[in-house]
Design a protein around this ligand. Structure first.
Ligand SMILES: Cc1cc2nc3c(=O)[nH]c(=O)nc-3n(C[C@H](O)[C@H](O)[C@H](O)COP(=O)(O)OP(=O)(O)OC[C@H]3O[C@@H](n4cnc5c(N)ncnc54)[C@H](O)[C@@H]3O)c2cc1C
Length: 634
């Protein structure tokens, strides 16, 4: 059981307090809490508890350090938690706590931690009783007090700590509608709720700011089962499923709801060298996957950004820089394991739960929580990796020409185009980035030359590298988590071919300044080799996938509707509009009908509904599953 000492700033010279803290640290006391002495509160004492705590944190090795920022009037010995520190601004104390944290990582007790000041001359039994309310801390003014504290700490060392209580402030931050006390024991140690230290690091995702009511972080399949059971008891709040938090829809965070974050299931395993079979946890990022496969001369085509997670991408599609040669990411999937809405863990392959296997590859978010994926990696050696920047004052012509060159290129060449608002007058910067999957530099140069005609080439970076060098573009998410804020706004569509009319309309949209990010992902090649019936991702024939991001949802929607006649379907991974019509565009009618029938079978209560929800078909709806599976309903 943990025991601490209370050091009163103002009662003794800071040097004396430091001596006591160093001695406590040396003799194995766990915690020191510093607060301003009530007696010296108004005496103009220059050493604030923060300053003293910072010194102690910097000079001790193991001592965890807490601060009572400003004592409330009348607060003396007796039960207290830092929650009474209402006189200082929360944002200021949070910043100060963060600074201390960088000085002594993992040793700063934030205001979410409860402690309780022990009465004078406590005994071990009294301290044990006190511990259910917080970490008992003993006032220490001199060496004799410290000796007593150390003796008690030694007596209590092997007594198990009662479950850590939460501070009053932390309890007040809880969200109505979530039964926090019912969090399964398996998940409680890793769960994060609003008052917790780790909360800021799990609230937001890459693109969206969030404030969830509870983040469950299962580390095993059994814990995912427990998390799903908890979610079934909380259908009144939003439920987000998160792998690596790079979803563009942003639904892997929310405000006031529940998140099941399977990012901790991030193992990458090679299970059969002969067949290049690899097993990936949903929380692995594509950057790590590429690094692991690279020494074997293998790769798995993914999206274009290494920070994206396996879970979100491999349940949606995966249009990437190897796609024209090796297909979508889901085309290399051989098995997936999921926890269904009723808590059953299942495996789905071509032969086992094959209808589920079909559904997951394109509409996975609706059917369960994927806990593992097995892929057949491709043999990929060194590739040409190109990043080119060009300036054009005739965007329409550049887009038109890009459409021809990119779509007609041999399938070893996959090039994406990004542009945005005009820089000045009518000048646009076009960024092209792409992979030529051929180890011969001459072939790479040959393939890329036509693209350099799309404008004035102002920057070029072309290297031969393993695919891991292409995916090594992502910043690691650090302990502070992701920092998305606000709501992302993105529209998505498939473009059957890049016509002159589309180039004209797209150039006009970009000239309006409404869109700050516009991307054309080249499809075709191996993507189109796969029958539209093979996976729920059935838009196999478009030449491009197009995405546009803006800060104005309404205005972008209006302009996107005007472009609608150019499009045929949409890819959900780049869409943020969750109107039901978007589902009709993502899935052709027979596909959507089949998905609805399967949803009725696998998630009849619609537990997994918070990301492009496919509502379960009504009980008496005719099943079209067989027709679609055989291809006759297309
Ligand atoms: C910078 C950037 C570049 C991108 N480039 C590409 C690209 O080139 N090609 C491409 O195809 N996509 C691309 N994407 C889109 C990306 O693939 C999707 O947004 C994907 O869903 C992100 O996966 P995640 O696990 O990181 O995200 P999360 O935010 O964790 O998850 C996104 C959604 O996926 C679902 N989900 C997540 N984990 C699971 C799970 N274990 N089981 C079931 N459902 C789950 C949930 O509905 C969740 O809301 C890009 C995204 C970003 C941010």
């Amino acid at each position: 059981m943990e025991l601490g000492i209370l050091l009163e700033a103002g009662r003794r010279h800071p040097d004396d307090l430091m001596e006591l803290a160093l001695e406590a640290d040396r003799r194995g006391v766990g915690v020191a809490v510093v607060r301003r002495s009530a007696r010296h509160e108004d005496a103009g004492e220059p050493w604030s508890p923060w300053t003293i705590a910072a010194w102690i944190a910097a000079r001790t090795e193991r001592l965890r350090v807490g601060i009572v920022p400003a004592a409330a009037p009348g607060a003396a010995f007796g039960a207290s938690t830092p929650a009474f520190a209402v006189t200082e601004l929360r944002s200021v104390t949070t910043k100060a706590e963060q600074s201390l944290e960088s000085l002594a990582p993992g040793r700063v007790l934030s205001s979410a931690t409860a402690w309780v000041v022990a009465p004078p001359r406590p005994d071990a039994a009294g301290l044990r009783a006190l511990a259910v309310r917080g970490i008992p801390i003993l006032p220490v003014e001199n060496a004799a007090d410290l000796d007593r504290a150390v003796a008690l700490a030694e007596q209590l060392r092997d007594v198990p700590s009662p479950p850590a209580p939460r501070s009053a402030e932390s309890l007040a931050a809880r969200v109505p509608g979530i039964d926090y006390d019912a969090v399964p024991a398996s998940l409680a140690p890793t769960a994060v709720e609003p008052g917790d230290d780790a909360y800021a690091s799990v609230s937001s995702t890459y693109l969206r700011g969030g404030a969830p009511g509870l983040v469950l972080r299962p580390q095993t399949v059994a814990e995912v089962v427990d998390a799903v059971a908890f979610a079934r008891e909380h259908t009144g709040v939003a439920l987000g499923i998160r792998s690596a938090g790079h979803g563009i829809s942003g639904r892997s965070t929310n405000r006031g709801g529940l998140i099941i974050d399977v990012g901790g299931l991030d193992a990458i395993q090679i299970i059969d060298r002969r067949t290049r079979r690899v097993r990936l946890g949903p929380g692995a990022t594509w950057q790590r996957v590429a690094q692991t496969l690279s020494p074997h001369g293998w790769a798995l085509g993914s999206g274009d950004y290494g920070g994206v997670g396996v879970g979100g991408l491999a349940t949606a599609g995966g249009i990437g820089l190897l796609s024209r040669k090796h297909g979508l990411t889901i085309d290399r999937l051989r098995a997936v394991e999921l926890v269904l809405a009723d808590g059953t863990p299942v495996r789905a392959t071509e032969t086992e739960n094959s209808d589920l296997f079909w559904a997951v590859r394109g509409a996975g978010a609706n059917f369960g929580i994927a806990t593992a994926f097995e892929f057949e990696a491709s043999e990929v050696g060194e590739v040409g990796w190109a990043q080119l920047s060009l300036v054009t004052d005739d965007l329409e012509a550049s887009l038109r020409r890009f459409g021809q060159i990119a779509a007609d290129a041999p399938r070893d060449t996959t090039v994406f185009l990004v542009t945005g608002r005009p820089r000045e007058a009518d000048q646009f910067v076009i960024s092209l980035y792409g992979v030529v999957d051929d180890p011969d530099p001459d072939v790479v140069v040959d393939r890329l030359m036509p693209f350099t005609e799309l404008g004035m080439l102002v920057r070029q970076h072309v290297v031969m590298t393993p695919y891991a060098g292409v995916m090594g573009n992502a910043a690691e998410v650090g302990p502070e988590g992701q920092h998305g804020f606000g709501e992302p706004v993105s529209r998505s569509a498939f473009l059957p071919s890049l016509t002159g009319e589309f180039a004209r309309d797209a150039a006009e949209l970009l000239r309006s300044g409404l869109v700050y990010f516009f991307e054309l992902r080249t499809m075709g090649g191996a993507i189109a080799d796969v029958s539209p019936h093979e996976t729920a991702f059935s838009h196999r024939s478009p030449a491009f996938q197009v995405a546009a991001m803006s800060s104005s949802d309404d205005r972008l929607s209006a302009r996107w509707r005007e472009l609608g006649h150019h499009f045929d379907g949409l890819y959900l991974s780049f869409e943020t509009d969750r109107s039901p019509e978007r589902l009709d565009e993502a899935f052709p009618p027979p596909v959507l009908d089949r998905l609805r029938s399967l949803k009725r079978r696998y998630d009849p209560t619609n537990l997994f509904r918070d990301n492009f929800n496919i509502a379960p078909a009504a009980e008496d709806a005719p099943s079209v599953a067989a027709d679609v599976a055989s291809g006759s309903a297309a």
